[in-house]
Design a protein around this ligand. Structure first.
Ligand SMILES: Cc1cc2nc3c(=O)[nH]c(=O)nc-3n(C[C@H](O)[C@H](O)[C@H](O)COP(=O)(O)O)c2cc1C
Length: 307
């Protein structure tokens, strides 16, 4: 049932509440995405899918950090041709928008995967141009405004669904890449992907991850992600933003919305067992809105920018 207090619309994506599963944190299957939707998520993003199957990196691919985790999974995925069946299955099971995360090694590859994802039923695509641990698809595109614009333009010409561009925090000025993405046709910016990081074992005296470096997520990144959303909003007053990075409770979600996000993505906080985190966050946001006498979650977006 529609809850007017919490429902929102992000570039045409109708969400019953402003929480969305972040890409990659759960498995790929329609069943696991459906568990999250039933746990209260207003939308889901799939794991990033490429043109060909990829096995990813050998273990260890995840290591615990002080207030989060560092992962270098290596973008394991079955390839879009196989995954298209799962997207179709998602569309029969889930009652919330299904956003397919896409990666590639060239603008043409991104466009091909995006087109196939939309043909299979994706409600939108999120371009992962910011994976910090796979060569030639993350930093090389997401940190280079020219390459980023090329990718977005090609995808825009290939599909008629909303395009989310997932920005990297691993840049000197996030507004430069944000602007390039929007000028090339991005409908929504997701801010942000993981921060490049590493862990070293003092006993073995070696880096822990098989890939040596990975991406940090969880509460440790929240203040950085929040600042990214704030900066992007200051530079681009009109583009819809989805906040992502360390969001764990309702207060985090509210802070991201005050900074400029219309909705938030939640990843690490789910752990592996707790899809109910979405319900807990939305309930908290609802109580907050009532307490402050707002009639819609949309009313608090950007409020931290008032002078
Ligand atoms: C294990 C793991 C796998 C991830 N895989 C992807 C992925 O395939 N594509 C992507 O765009 N982001 C991926 N991410 C990044 C998350 O979607 C999110 O941007 C990041 O974790 C920050 O949010 P969080 O602190 O709520 O987890 C992954 C994160 C984790 C922890």
């Amino acid at each position: 049932m529609e809850n007017n207090l919490l429902s929102t619309n992000v570039a045409g994506l109708q969400l019953e509440n402003p929480t969305i599963l972040a890409s990659g944190v759960l498995g790929y299957s329609a069943e696991s995405l459906n568990r999250v939707a039933k746990g209260g998520a207003g939308g889901v993003v799939t794991k990033s899918i490429g043109i060909e199957p990829r096995v990813g990196y050998p273990n260890p691919t995840v290591v615990q950090a002080e207030a989060g985790i560092i992962n270098a999974m290596g973008l394991p995925n079955p390839g879009i041709d196989v995954y298209a069946q799962e997207i179709k299955f998602c569309k029969t099971l889930l009652r919330v928008p299904v956003i397919v995360s896409v990666f590639g090694y060239s603008a043409d590859e991104y466009a091909t995967v995006a087109k196939k994802a939309v043909a299979a039923g994706a409600d939108a695509v999120e371009l992962n141009v910011s994976c910090p641990h796979v060569q030639f698809t993350g930093a090389e595109i997401g940190q280079n405004p020219k390459h980023l614009a090329e990718v977005v333009e090609k995808v825009k010409a290939a599909i008629g669904k909303p395009i989310l561009v997932k920005l990297s925090p691993n840049v000197a000025d996030i507004t430069v890449t944000a602007r390039a993405a929007v000028e090339a046709g991005a409908d929504v910016l997701t801010a942000v992907n993981t921060l490049k990081a590493m862990a070293i074992d003092s006993e073995t005296m070696r880096p822990i991850l098989s890939n040596l470096k990975g991406g940090l997520s969880g509460p440790a990144v929240k203040p950085v992600a929040l600042r990214c959303v704030y900066d992007v909003r200051e530079a681009l007053p009109d583009v819809p933003i989805i906040g992502c990075g360390g969001i764990t409770d309702w207060k985090d979600a509210v802070e991201f919305m005050l900074a400029g996000a219309s909705a938030v993505q939640v990843g690490t906080a789910i752990g592996l067992e707790n899809p109910e985190v979405f319900q807990t966050i939305t309930k908290g946001v609802e109580v907050y809105l009532r307490k402050k006498n707002y009639r819609s979650v949309k009313e608090i977006v950007n409020l931290a920018h008032r002078s």
